[in-house]
Design a binder for this molecule. Structure first.
Ligand code: SF4
Length: 219
């Protein structure tokens, strides 16, 4: 189905998928629980690499009590920070990035999280995935967060060619299919779908809200 699908048909199906997800998940909330502070989402986004959102949420409850803001983190000892984020994995690198990016946020950006992809990518440890998360959630800009759920499900849905696995390829493909104002929420909803229906091992298609719109491509 997906291989023969015209661009026009795919655009129309993508719009229907967006609508179905909106109906099924009216609240498109970020899976990382933060209080609206951009710096906190920056920290949580960095910790979420190769770690579950649930783990990051738990770890940050304590982390933010010890380091409540960028100023506190900027003057912290990375080794000490590592003790609080150990269970997130890659903790030494992540701790160094948290301290360095907090320092840069204060020294270079006067404590204000930049609102462009280009500037965000200059922060230590920030790649396109985190930058898009920040642009979408904090600045409400069009942004596709090509995380593991997004990559897997977009390919199963046939929105992205099965051969395309690299985050940037998936991001580009979805940017061309999903309306700009829907992109950020679409990604949040895809995460919810990836937990409840379209898991990495075993998809529960019968009860999936996208069942009739999905070619269920094996990936
Ligand atoms: S119908 Fe099945 S394969 Fe398609 S998105 Fe839903 S759970 Fe995933």
């Amino acid at each position: 189905m997906a291989r023969q699908e015209s661009k026009k048909a795919k655009l129309s199906r993508a719009a229907a998928i967006v609508d179905a997800l909106k109906t099924y998940y009216p609240n498109a909330e970020c899976a990382l629980r933060y209080d609206g502070d951009p710096w906190r989402l920056l920290v949580m986004g960095r910790l979420s690499a190769q770690c579950t959102d649930a783990r990051v949420n738990t770890v940050c409850e304590t982390l933010f009590k010890v380091y409540p803001n960028a100023e506190a983190m900027a003057t912290a000892d990375a080794e000490e920070v590592g003790k609080y984020i150990f269970s997130c994995g890659l903790y030494k690198t992540k701790a160094r990035d948290l301290v360095a990016s907090s320092r840069m946020l204060i020294d270079v950006f006067a404590g204000v999280l930049p609102d462009t992809m280009e500037a965000l990518l200059t922060l230590p440890g920030v790649g396109r995935k985190i930058a898009n998360l920040l642009l979408g959630d904090i600045y409400h800009k069009p942004a596709i967060v090509a995380d593991t759920h997004c990559i897997r499900i977009s390919r199963r849905l046939g929105l992205v060619d099965k051969e395309k696995k690299a985050p940037e390829q998936v991001e580009r493909a979805l940017v061309s299919l999903i309306a700009p104002e829907e992109q950020s929420d679409f990604c949040h909803r895809i995460v919810l779908l990836g937990r409840q229906h379209c898991m990495a091992r075993g998809n529960v298609c019968e009860s999936c809200p996208l069942n009739t719109l999905c070619p269920k491509i094996p990936v």
